[in-house]
Design a protein around this ligand. Structure first.
Ligand SMILES: [Zn+2]
Length: 459
């Protein structure tokens, strides 16, 4: 058995791992690099001989785990892409949207002739995304599925977003059973919307994410969030919440609704969702009540994600009008790390006025505008214009969809015996180093941090 780290090695995006056993090659995740340009350019490098892969197993729908699938198909892959049912539903909107963005970017580069290549080509098209979607095979959690008669795999609920899973791969070595476990993006168990990760007790090898390996997050202080909303309302300002369309948005809408029900915030303040993708994702969430925590809570059973005075802004025109409006409101919009999307227009309009506020609720990667703004920059460039930052900037990391350092350690402590080797991926250098140190010293496990394209023989 061999494993090769094709992405998310020393960074948080581009998740892609190859395993090979008895001539069968499998990809676990097939994500896009996101963030700074130097990373995004790696998406254009192509992969060697994608036809060798027998299948792809997908841990969850986020683009940094699934967004390379249309490229893979464009390069000639025609086998199955295994996922949970909910991941497939989410991929339908996420992959099509990613393809549309790629096409729009290429069109824009051609119109303005600002790109390096002319004519600019999209990384992939909506046709490629559709071809990838046609290859999906969906499975329930916890069922072992056979691959090529030499391996089997199963999905285990891991509480990161709807449909997300850890993946276990089972095979035999010298007639002894062995298991490789990929954590995927591990949830914290603090989500108020989806069920917590299931415990895993056995593995021979562990490939773990480490996004927050170097820090612990506080539990959500709902009073703090309520106070922020009240403060902004009193100032008659706008509260902008940049959020990932899938996961964060639903969590925030649910909590706002809860605060309204508890009379902790006014229902007079309108709550706008300005992200067509988040709107679609919310609908998909409600189609999988068995995965949600909140279906037992009667008063909230319907319209989980619709607070009082909730408004959806659909078209670009509606979004632009909303940007111009100066009435007090909450606006939830993507992208979560300010990499693009409608949220940038809201920020450009609202950052210069101290009555407004921006609330960060999730991970902000290196080299993103989100990290700069969160870090206290007082001027920021948006759409090639310098914008003064006078608005209040608030961070509530506790809403993140990733396990923190202590939660990762407790997840590891469930294993009955030490894995033969633990590989840390999906983290920036500080997080990887800190978590490796804790694993070495507190658990006394063997642990390594692979670099991109490193290959390991697991025999
Ligand atoms: Zn994720």
């Amino acid at each position: 058995m061999k494993i090769k780290f094709l992405g998310a090695a020393g960074t948080v995006t581009g998740s892609k791992y190859e395993i090979e056993h008895k001539g069968i090659h499998i990809l676990v995740d097939c994500g896009l690099y996101q963030g700074p340009k130097a990373l995004r350019e790696l998406n254009w490098a192509g992969m060697d001989d994608v036809t060798k892969y027998n299948s792809v197993i997908l841990t969850h729908a986020h683009i940094d785990h699934s967004g390379y699938l249309p490229c893979l198909v464009r390069e000639g892959f025609r086998k199955k892409i295994h996922s949970t049912k909910a991941s497939f539903e989410l991929c339908k909107i996420l992959l099509m949207d990613a393809a549309k963005l790629q096409e729009e970017d290429a069109d824009f580069a051609n119109e303005t002739k600002h790109g390096k290549h002319f004519p600019a080509e999209p990384l992939y098209t909506q046709d490629d995304a559709e071809s990838a979607l046609n290859l999906f095979a969906v499975h329930e959690y916890n069922q072992w599925i056979d691959i090529g008669q030499v391996m089997s795999f199963r999905f285990i609920r891991n509480g990161h977003i709807l449909g997300s899973a850890s993946v276990q791969i089972r095979y035999t070595h010298n007639e002894q059973p062995r298991i490789i476990t990929f954590t995927g993006d591990l949830g914290s168990g603090r989500s108020q919307v989806i069920k917590p990760p299931e415990k895993i007790y056995e593995t021979d090898f562990l490939i773990s994410e480490s996004t927050y390996g170097d820090r612990n997050l506080k539990n959500l202080d709902e009073e703090e969030l309520a106070a922020l909303i009240k403060r902004v309302y009193k100032r008659q300002g706008t509260l902008i919440i940049p959020a990932f369309s899938v996961g964060r948005t639903q969590e925030i809408l649910y909590i706002i609704k809860k605060l309204q029900m508890q009379n902790k915030i006014s229902t007079q303040l309108p709550v706008y969702l300005d992200s067509p993708m988040a709107t679609k994702a919310s609908v998909i969430y409600t189609k999988f009540p068995s995965e949600l925590k909140l279906n037992e809570k009667e008063p909230l059973a319907e319209n989980f994600f619709h607070p009082v005075n909730f408004r959806i802004s659909e078209s670009t025109d509606e979004s632009m009008l909303l940007c111009m409006s100066d009435m007090p409101k909450i606006v939830i919009s993507a992208s979560g790390m300010l990499q693009g999307g409608r949220v940038l227009h809201h920020l450009r309009a609202k950052l210069p006025d101290p009555k407004n506020a921006v609330l960060f609720t999730g991970y902000q990667g290196q080299g993103t505008k989100g990290l700069l703004l969160k870090g206290g920059l007082n001027k920021i460039r948006i759409h090639h214009k310098e914008v003064d930052v006078e608005a209040e900037i608030v961070t509530l990391d506790s809403l993140s969809a990733h396990a923190d350092s202590n939660e990762l350690m407790s997840f590891y402590r469930n294993f009955k015996k030490a894995p033969r080797m633990t590989f840390l991926t999906h983290g920036e250098m500080n997080s990887l180093g800190a978590l490796q140190y804790r694993i070495n010293t507190e658990l006394e496990w063997l642990c390594t941090v692979p670099q991109v394209d490193n290959e390991f023989n697991l025999d």
